[in-house]
Design a protein around this ligand. Structure first.
Ligand code: PGA
Length: 254
């Protein structure tokens, strides 16, 4: 089973920073076996083409977009479409990150439309779900994420669902103000997501304050097929260490 190790850079990195990171990754990977580990990187839209171009000799790394509109083209000032990000070299589209839901009006409905558009164009939707702290405190984490996933994936056929990645990213665990989640807190939501989607989607990922100290433990949680990482992976060194941890994990599995 594939172990996914990906990063989204959010609104960070200039073109030269982006190509330096991608060039360093290509250099690190040259001649190196990754086994079942699947790397991916999701730059800001401005850098998708440059990162894809820098990684052209390293097709094992998938490049993604942080967002794409559900329409193919038209009067949608400021937006980019799935065919446009595909044209730039993206093969994954991140959809429904909590920052987009909170600040940019992303709803279950727009998330569903974007998942459908991404699948229609043959790209991989990376659906992000996760509950806020008050829902967790009230004991509602699992119900919340199951509901979000169901709404986003409603109506998909088995073959389409099989191409979807889901990242469970509890909002209370994400970013500078996030608190790293303990393994015990994640077991129940992953058991539920695994029961509902485990063998039906391409992978179930965990995201939120992943770091070099907790990555191996997080990968060991039942039904976790990979990690989706922000800050720790923005420095290339951090990302390379995560890849090594994942290769070790994949090799040690029974
Ligand atoms: P973080 O970000 O790893 O910096 O917490 C995770 C995310 O937002 O996906």
């Amino acid at each position: 089973m594939t172990v996914w190790i990906g990063t989204s850079w959010k609104m960070n990195k200039t073109l030269s920073e982006a190509t330096e990171w991608a060039g360093g990754l290509a250099e690190f990977l040259a001649g190196r076996q990754l086994g079942e580990v699947q790397p991916f990187v999701i730059p800001p839209a401005t850098a998708i083409a440059a990162v894809a171009q820098t990684l052209r000799e390293e097709p094992r790394v998938l490049v993604g977009a942080q967002n794409a509109h559900w329409e193919d083209a038209g009067a949608w000032t400021g937006e980019v479409s799935v065919p446009q990000v595909a044209d730039a070299g993206a093969r994954i589209v991140e959809i429904g990150h909590s920052e987009r839901r909170e600040h940019f009006g992303e709803t279950d409905e727009t998330v569903r439309a974007k998942v459908a558009a991404t699948l229609a164009h043959g790209l991989v939707p990376l659906l992000c779900i996760g509950e806020p702290a008050d829902v967790k405190d009230a004991g509602g984490s699992t119900a919340h994420v199951l509901e979000q996933a169901a709404r986003a994936l409603e109506g998909l056929e088995a073959e389409q669902l099989g191409r979807v990645l889901i990242a469970y990213e509890p909002i209370w665990a994400i970013g500078e103000h996030g608190r790293p989640a303990g393994v015990a807190e994640l077991e129940e939501p992953f058991a539920a997501l695994g029961g509902a989607y485990g063998h039906r989607v391409a992978g179930l990922l965990y995201g939120g304050s992943v770091n070099l100290d907790n990555a191996a433990q997080l990968l060991g949680i039942a039904h976790v097929d990979g990690l989706f990482v922000g800050r720790t992976a923005w420095r290339l060194e951090g990302y390379l260490r995560l890849l090594e941890i994942a290769v070790q994990h994949a090799t040690a599995r029974p």
